[in-house]
Design a protein around this ligand. Structure first.
Ligand SMILES: [Zn+2]
Length: 321
């Protein structure tokens, strides 16, 4: 097995891909990114038009190639007939692969540590170097504005129209094109795969989903797992920092109280001490670039952790890890 499933793309066979996809599902469960819900997929190594993901079972229980299904990117229909039922939300994956040919792996998560940033209006921003890939602006996609008429309003990305809307958020028309395309262009092509083509690159590695969770897109399985795990870690750090900061410093509200108007505060200003320190744009960029080169290290640890945990079974034949 190469160090990465796509870092040395020409060496990737389907057996290796299956084994890696099963392992990645276990790692994401082990790290609290997915529970019975959520999923990871990977593009087929030799066919841009299809991708693989587990069938509709809990990712922790995925164990063999029989649990994996190949889908067409175009409409997320199964390539083979009579396959096991799939996840409802596979259009998340299909539409990202369709829009961004350079992307080879996608993780979708409902992680509870990230959810507060999907509902509160508080922006998720990197405070730690491990999360430089977040850039200085993580978009929040609100499905409420995009339900096709007559569809269920259950927040699920049930069809390609909703998937396309979500995937477009990874590269907004008004975006300055911050993170991925620039970092990607800095990585040697033998590591990064095909030479970068800006139109194929998302500007954001992560998109939050209002009332739902988040999705991250990457160039390989390990990178997708890395980004999912450190999106969670970034959210945990930011939440804790906000909490202790507010508890320690509190807020001072200055203004006038309008007694006749029911006691409302007029012209109020909130003053806060002890502002949080986020990464600068340059720090986020450089930290992202630095960490991209180190992903093999945590990946090896995560693989071992799930290998020795009897909950997880990986019966896929394949190369050596
Ligand atoms: Zn979901």
């Amino acid at each position: 097995m190469s160090a990465g499933y796509f870092l040395e793309r020409e060496k990737v066979g389907l057996e290796d891909l299956f084994k890696g996809l099963v392992t990645a599902s276990h790692i994401l469960h082990s790290n609290g990114i997915i529970d019975a819900y959520g999923h990871i997929s990977v593009r087929s190594p030799d066919n841009l038009a299809t991708f693989w993901m587990p069938c509709n079972i809990s990712p922790a229980l995925v164990s063999s190639p029989d649990d994996l299904v190949e889908y067409n990117v175009e409409d997320v229909s199964p390539v083979e007939k009579n396959v096991k039922p799939g996840y409802l939300e596979r259009s998340i994956h299909g539409e990202i692969y369709k829009r961004f040919p350079a992307i080879n792996s996608v993780v979708h998560s409902h992680c509870s540590h990230v959810l507060p940033y999907c509902v509160s209006g508080v922006p998720l921003k990197p405070m730690i170097h491990m999360a430089g890939f977040l850039g200085n602006n993580v978009p929040v996609w609100d499905i409420a504005s995009h339900y096709p008429s007559g569809s269920k309003h259950d927040l699920l990305v049930r069809n390609t129209a909703l998937g396309a809307s979500l995937s477009a958020t990874f590269k907004p028309a008004t975006s300055a094109g911050y993170i991925y395309s620039k970092v990607r262009s800095a990585i040697p092509s033998q590591i990064a795969g095909a030479p970068p083509r800006p139109s194929h690159e998302p500007d954001h590695a992560v998109v939050l989903m209002q009332g739902h969770g988040f999705t991250t897109a990457a160039y390989g399985i390990e990178e997708a797992v890395f980004q999912a795990i450190y999106t969670k870690e970034a959210a945990k750090t930011q939440t804790t920092a906000l909490t202790i900061r507010n508890a320690h410093f509190g807020h001072i509200v200055e203004g006038k109280i309008d007694l006749e108007g029911g006691g409302k505060i007029k012209s109020a200003k909130v003053k806060a001490e002890g502002g949080l320190k986020y990464l600068s744009e340059k720090e986020a960029h450089d930290a992202c670039e630095a960490m991209q080169a180190t992903i093999a290290r945590p990946w090896a640890l995560w693989c071992r952790e799930v290998e020795v945990n009897p909950l997880y079974r990986n019966d896929c034949p394949g190369g050596e890890d």
